[in-house]
Ligand binder design. Structure first.
Ligand code: AMP
Ligand code: MG
Length: 344
């Protein structure tokens, strides 16, 4: 199969993508978070193809992408008022809400769960594709399962050339990390995954928020969790990653003392001069955390290289999107963090 890449600006790109979706095929779609591998979320066979092409475990549910709050009731029931309040404030945008699923949503899409994740992406061409297709688009991140997510059309091509018919190129993703996921089916709202919308912003609207333990700690393979995706190894290059926390100077002293040939350093642009001779790679500016989230996965993909022995990573502190960066880097590092402040 030849994989075509169409610019989102190109006339007919959305129509071509919608046609493939309507016919049960796969299309890689841009969003503000990451590129998704999309298909008709109501078509079991189309959804099966997503799992096959991505190599994704069957119990890891897919998010349904919709055009706005008016679609919530089509796929969810027993919708609390909070869902509409959140949609009003954060949609279109990087927020996924988990709600009780209606029977029209195949259990293959929800990974066997009786809940469904819904999101309205902040990307004009993708909302247009959904509208033209007339169905919700189920889409996980377009990377091969377990690998760092795809934030450019080229990343998708690298992973799936010849395996999907079309990639819609909307340029590099603005946010660069996956959506914030909040579960509204329990007694209290629960943060299942941090993302572009910070926990403080959710708390300000909801007045209450439990942070699921999968956000902050390693989950055992056999553990039962609310968002099954959380238990799998994620976002990781093939070599081990270790996060080195602490001040710029102390972290650099630790890393420089332990650095060996074949290692790499993933750091902030401001820190590059500290790592001369240590093969540093910057993923953005610490002073502008949005550049870090936007650059994180491209950097992790660049570091996914059999020739690399180990990666020392620097991670921003604080809330908002920095909280999501901490989560992704900790997962890539299998929660291996060294505090340089304690050691020196
Ligand atoms: P991905 O699109 O690859 O980032 O993965 C989507 C993630 O959304 C899954 O790994 C789950 O963690 C989460 N998710 C989707 N639907 C549900 C649901 N019904 N309940 C809980 N989590 C969900
Ligand atoms: Mg993913």
């Amino acid at each position: 199969m030849k994989t075509q890449v169409l610019s989102a600006q190109q006339t007919g790109a959305a129509a071509a993508a919608a046609e493939i979706i309507k016919n049960g095929g796969l299309v890689a779609i841009p969003t503000e978070t990451v590129y998704g591998l999309g298909a008709n979320g109501l078509d079991e066979n189309a959804v099966r193809e997503i799992f096959r092409v991505k190599g994704r475990p069957q119990d890891n549910p897919l998010i349904l992408h919709i055009t706005g709050p008016e679609d919530i009731e089509r796929f969810a029931h027993g919708v609390p008022q909070a869902a509409y309040t959140l949609a009003e404030k954060f949609w279109p945008g990087p927020l996924t809400m988990v709600l009780p699923a209606r029977a029209n949503v195949p259990r293959r899409t929800t990974g066997g769960l009786d809940t469904v994740g819904l999101r309205c992406p902040d990307c004009d061409v993708t909302r247009e594709i959904i509208r033209l297709a007339g169905v919700p688009i189920a889409a996980p991140s377009a990377n091969i399962s377990g690998k760092p997510s795809t934030t450019t059309a080229q990343h998708v091509l690298d992973d799936h050339e010849g395996k999907i018919p079309l990639i819609v190129d909307g340029g590099p993703c603005r946010v660069g990390v996956e959506s914030t996921i909040v579960d509204l089916t329990g007694r209290r709202p629960r943060l299942l995954r941090p993302g572009g919308i910070g926990p403080e912003e959710l708390l300000a609207v909801l007045g209450d928020l439990v942070v699921d333990k999968a956000v902050t700690a390693q989950i055992d393979q056999d553990e039962v969790v609310r968002a099954p995706g959380m238990k799998y190894r994620h976002y990781a290059p093939q070599e081990p990653v270790v996060i080195v926390s602490g001040s710029r100077e102390k972290a650099a002293a630790y890393i420089r003392a332990h650095f060996e040939p074949g290692d790499r350093v993933l750091c902030f642009e401001e820190e590059l001069p500290l790592y001369e001779g240590c093969a540093p790679l910057s993923y953005g500016r610490e002073a502008d955390v949005d550049t870090l989230s936007a650059g994180l996965f491209a950097a992790l993909r660049e570091l996914d290289d059999a020739g690399i022995h180990q990666v020392y990573a620097r991670c921003p502190v604080g809330g908002g999107v920095a909280y999501a960066i901490q989560n992704r880097l900790k997962k890539a590092a299998a929660f291996h963090v060294i505090d340089a402040e304690e050691l020196l």
